[in-house]
Design a protein around this ligand. Structure first.
Ligand code: SF4
Length: 215
């Protein structure tokens, strides 16, 4: 991977605030369970919707037991703004039940244990490890997968492959910033369609792989 230091430092300078997204904001005073649940709510929706759903839910139920005890309809209503609310309500109940019964009411702190719970995938597991337990992990969402491929750092087809490649190639000193920097960069400048290359702080280092139109 070329120009890693230059690219990472330019992006960290551009997006210095670690606490802009709901999940990153929770790093300050981590509540393991709330981070896990917010992450599950954040799948396939925007951050603002995750925030509304998380706040409404946690005002009523912020422990596995309280979530299990909620009526299905009530839970669906509380998390409605996160979208896919029926499916997410089932996942929240299942995950809460597993934590309560198999893990002694504590969110597990290893990837293997987290992945053993149905409904928790690699991205969620890595977010929990990184944000809740402050471990070295690389949560890879759509932006974290797309941009390193565009820049020319890696050539991968899936977020799982991206995680493996970056684990090998990205120096650990940048792991903690990587997710929040690339998510904000992807949401504002290096967008999926028509990225704003004219205002991009790393334009001169980028190979623009598969970028057909840009601004
Ligand atoms: S130059 Fe364009 S494609 Fe490359 S990283 Fe910047 S915004 Fe994305």
């Amino acid at each position: 991977m070329k120009h890693v230091k230059e690219i990472m430092e330019a992006l960290i300078k551009k997006f210095p605030d670690l606490n802009l997204t709901t999940l990153n904001g929770m790093r300050k005073k981590p509540n393991h369970f709330k981070i896990l649940i917010s992450c599950l709510l954040s799948l396939r929706t925007q951050d603002k919707n995750t925030k509304i759903a998380s706040e409404r839910l946690f005002a009523v139920a912020d422990t596995p037991k309280k979530i299990i005890n909620l009526q299905d309809k009530k839970l669906e209503e509380l998390i409605f703004s996160s979208g896919h609310y029926k499916k997410k309500a089932q996942i929240l109940k299942h995950v809460s039940n597993e934590i309560l019964t198999k893990f002694n009411n504590k969110v597990p702190d290893t990837k293997e244990q987290l992945l053993s719970i149905k409904g928790i995938g690699p991205k969620t597991a890595n977010i929990v490890l990184a944000f809740a337990f402050d471990q070295y992990a690389l949560p890879i969402d759509t932006h974290c997968h797309r941009i390193p491929n565009r820049i020319g750092w890696i050539t991968t087809k899936t977020p799982e492959q991206t995680e493996k490649e970056l684990e090998k190639k990205l120096p650990k000193t940048y792991w903690k910033e990587f997710n929040h920097v690339f998510v904000q960069f992807g949401q504002t400048i290096c967008k999926p369609i028509s990225p704003k290359c004219s205002e991009c702080p790393i334009n001169k280092y980028c190979k623009k792989i598969n970028v057909e139109r840009f601004r």
